[in-house]
Design a protein around this ligand. Structure first.
Ligand SMILES: [Zn+2]
Length: 253
């Protein structure tokens, strides 16, 4: 049961978002984590931009493929996938995959794009996922949460202001890959798009790996729906920026 403190700060309605900035550590994360929801929002008129933090250059076990070729291939895969999901605008930061990029650098870049694009919602992987071992995911999630929390403050990342950008307040952040979901989106109608988008990432998954991934995602999506009617659901954690600082019950809301 939710603590009564949660009622003091309502969970925002993701489906009412007009402008969404989706942030992913690597090409393919957004599709696996929230591809059905992204496609649903785009279909209903939400403007969706996707920002990819790293270049994906570590994502292979095949040393006959050069990293430059892999980067180019992953860009192409993401372009095709984004088109299927209805994403109009793609941004690449192209930091080294699995590199030593700092939280502060990612945070500064994301703050700049928040001020430039003025989204009312952000979507990113949950950095508080227990047992998440990939630091690109943890740092991308944390940097995005902090940028979303502070982008409206003029003395935060003031270098942006010299470029004529203005502070901008984000209303909410939706976390995919979360262990504490509070928002369950019925994505039955866009499930096919999610699967087709995952299929674009041939550099990442063999046919048998794609089959297993899809099996896992579908079983999870049916379990999240909580009934036997065959709906497919993506589970997200949606919080207002007010939840993201010294609010001890946020993980339960
Ligand atoms: Zn990833």
């Amino acid at each position: 049961m939710k603590p009564h403190f949660c009622s003091l700060l309502p969970v925002p309605d993701l489906l009412k978002v007009e402008d969404l900035l989706v942030i992913q550590p690597h090409p393919d994360d957004m599709e696996i984590g929230a591809g059905g929801t992204i496609a649903l929002l785009a279909k209903s008129g939400t403007r969706v931009t996707c920002l990819t933090v790293t270049d994906g250059s570590v994502g292979t076990t095949d040393t006959t493929v050069s990293q430059d070729d892999l980067i180019a291939r992953r860009h192409e895969e993401t372009k095709r996938s984004a088109a299927l999901l209805g994403i109009k605008n793609l941004i690449w930061l192209d930091f080294d995959d699995g590199g030593i990029l700092t939280l502060e650098i990612i945070r500064s870049e994301i703050t700049c794009y928040i001020r430039r694009l003025k989204p009312n919602a952000l979507m990113v992987c949950d950095p508080w996922l227990p047992y998440e071992a990939h630091s690109d995911h943890v740092r991308t999630g944390l940097a995005t949460a902090e940028a979303g929390l502070l982008a409206h403050m003029p003395y935060f990342c003031p270098a942006d202001m010299q470029d004529g950008l203005k502070p901008h307040a984000v209303e909410m952040i939706a976390f995919y890959y979360t262990a504490y979901p509070n928002t369950f989106i019925d994505v039955t109608t866009t499930w096919g798009k999610k699967m087709a988008a995952i299929d674009c990432h041939r550099s990442q998954f063999s046919a048998s790996q794609r089959g297993k991934l899809k099996q896992y995602l579908e079983a999870k999506a049916r379990e999240e729906s909580g009934n036997q009617n065959g709906e497919l659901v993506e589970a997200l954690k949606v919080l207002s920026t007010g939840h993201l600082h010294i609010f001890e019950q946020a993980w339960q809301c």
